[in-house]
Design a protein around this ligand. Structure first.
Ligand code: SF4
Length: 210
């Protein structure tokens, strides 16, 4: 797995945004963070591997554990810990990192994008078909994951978390393996989280430029 590479990572919504003091300060922090990781990109594969293993542990271990008792806490039971990390730490950090450090989440930390890119290096590298590059694909993907998540109770059941996030990870790897030549086809066209990050960032940052 390789590190930050602007030819693979989908463009940040920040890239297309206007000026303003707050915007340029955030943009400068983002550029510094990205530059730091570009310099040390040889080591980024280790960060990707670590994130991938953490992600797998959070998804795969809880379904095999006994149900947590009523008074269980993130300290006393791993299922509660995994749930807390996923919804209380992981997701807020994703959104914060996008606001303050641009594409660093996608390039440096996201295990899904890294796994998809890793698969692409060893994959078939077929041309990206139109059903993937269609503009509405990320919206369909977002709706599908959201409806599936709501249906199976993704916030409350460890099996459901494993199903939804494990399924999304499997799809990212499969798409990466089959399609794109040295591009993250999944990230550019299908990632429901990427879509959410773009919308969220616009929603938060637009008033700063208003
Ligand atoms: S899978 Fe989504 S969140 Fe992860 S790197 Fe790709 S676009 Fe970003």
């Amino acid at each position: 797995m390789h590190g930050l590479d602007s030819t693979r990572i989908p463009p940040s919504p920040r890239d297309s945004m206007g000026g303003g003091k707050a915007g340029s300060r955030l943009g400068s922090v983002a550029r510094k963070v990205e530059a730091f990781f570009v310099v040390y990109r040889e080591h980024v594969a280790w960060v990707h591997a670590l994130m991938f293993l953490c992600f797998l542990a959070l998804l795969a271990v809880p379904p095999f554990l006994p149900d947590p008792p009523e008074n269980a806490t993130p300290i006393s039971h791993f299922t509660e810990f995994a749930n807390y990390v996923m919804w209380g730490v992981w997701f807020p950090l994703v959104f914060l990192s996008v606001i303050f450090t641009g594409r660093s989440w996608c390039g440096l930390l996201c295990p899904m994008g890294a796994a998809s890119e890793w698969a692409n290096r060893r994959g078939l590298k077929r041309a990206i078909p139109r059903w993937i590059s269609w503009q509405g694909t990320p919206i369909v993907s977002f709706l599908a994951v959201t409806i599936l998540g709501q249906t199976v109770g993704v916030r409350d059941h460890p099996e459901a978390i494993a199903e939804v996030f494990g399924g999304t990870m499997a799809a990212a790897i499969l798409i990466g393996y089959v399609y794109g030549r040295n591009k993250r086809a999944w990230c550019r066209h299908m990632c429901p989280i990427g879509l959410l990050l773009g919308v969220k960032q616009r929603a938060i940052l637009t008033p700063l430029w208003g």
